[in-house]
Design a protein around this ligand. Sequence first.
Ligand SMILES: NC(=O)C1=CN([C@@H]2O[C@H](COP(=O)(O)OP(=O)(O)OC[C@H]3O[C@@H](n4cnc5c(N)ncnc54)[C@H](O)[C@@H]3O)[C@@H](O)[C@H]2O)C=CC1
Ligand SMILES: CC(=O)C(=O)O
Ligand SMILES: [Mg+2]
Length: 371
Amino acid sequence: MLIGVPKEIKNHEYRVGMTPESVSEAIHHGHSVIIERSAGLGIGASDEHYQNAGAEIVDTADDVFDRAEMIVKVKEPQASERARLREGQLLFTYLHLAPDPSQTKDLIDSGATCIAYETITDPHGTLPLLKPMSQVAGRMSIQAGATALEKSHQGKGLLLGGVPGVTPANVVILGGGVVGFNAAQMAVGLQANVTIIDKNPAVLESLSHYFGSKAKTLYSTQSALHEAVLAADLIIGAVLIPGAAAPKLISQAMVQTMEAGTVLVDVAIDQGGCFETSKATTHADPTYVVDEVVHYCVANMPGGVAKTSTYALNNATLPFILKLANHGWKKACQQDSHLLNGLNVWQGKITNQPVAESLGYAFFPPSKAIQ
Ligand SMILES: NC(=O)C1=CN([C@@H]2O[C@H](COP(=O)(O)OP(=O)(O)OC[C@H]3O[C@@H](n4cnc5c(N)ncnc54)[C@H](O)[C@@H]3O)[C@@H](O)[C@H]2O)C=CC1
Ligand SMILES: CC(=O)C(=O)O
Ligand SMILES: [Mg+2]
């Protein structure tokens, strides 16, 4: 199969769909890879690295989209990329469609087959292609929150861990999945006072077992949320209902009750965000203030540490890239129901139920797309 990798064009997005090492694996399996010129510079991979791995370098995104049978990317296609997709072309990348009606409409109109990293599942009921970026974003969320808490960034002027004789800051993490666990690890490491809230008792049990007395766990109810939020200095939004728009756990009225300089880091912003006052921001201008509360809502946090992130992502995506290239998407999805769960758009139809429900489209079962 001819695989194409364009340069990412989202604001401050330095990741790239395939590392030179992944390219070399694909070529070893008998495929060809075209890469847009300079696509890997953000991770320190030059065109020469890619050529040495066996890729052909092409000058423009048009060259990639015109020729490739499968496009491998990182972020959801931007409007100019969507316009280049063609009927029957395979797109393999993050999509996050539920909060994004214009992208969804363009993908429907394109006729392309669109498989989203974030809804591919595994036998353990987790999301193996979201996991590495959630690990990165969870860890970054505490760095971002710690910076935003500084007075010059309009925060309370608090050091997360305090110092001997001065109490540490209160960190509240909403959602104790991959992002939440990794955020808690970093916050506990910095000696903050950490509370994790989740609605899944099994998740709470495993967090409690792992952290012991170093973090508190709370079952997610309105009153638990209210109480924790009022005492919080830094709140991390890390909830997910796979495929669906994020539930709004914190209303604007609750934000108004928070102390000035409290910081909200909404990692779930890529699914629309879990604070009512959240709107997506970029690495170029990551924060804004509502009712004296600082909001950090960058939708591509891992792009800020592109080298770590690209390698972590490729460790998870490469086996699927190879399956798709070796067998074609239909046969690969017939053989692997977890990969089939990634199919979001096919021949102008929405094949992911939470996406269809979130945006008011008819749901077309993916099992019918592979008959
Ligand atoms: N902004 C960014 O750059 C990035 C954002 N993300 C996003 O972060 C979010 C979290 O991802 P993961 O941790 O991988 O998901 P996950 O599925 O591992 O964890 C989500 C947790 O939320 C909990 N949850 C769901 N509804 C809840 C509620 N009402 N109250 C309390 N807990 C609730 C679930 O029980 C689960 O434990 C996703 O939206 C993901 O796309 C991930 C990576 C990068
Ligand atoms: C998952 C996601 O949104 C990202 O890695 O940018
Ligand atoms: Mg700002």
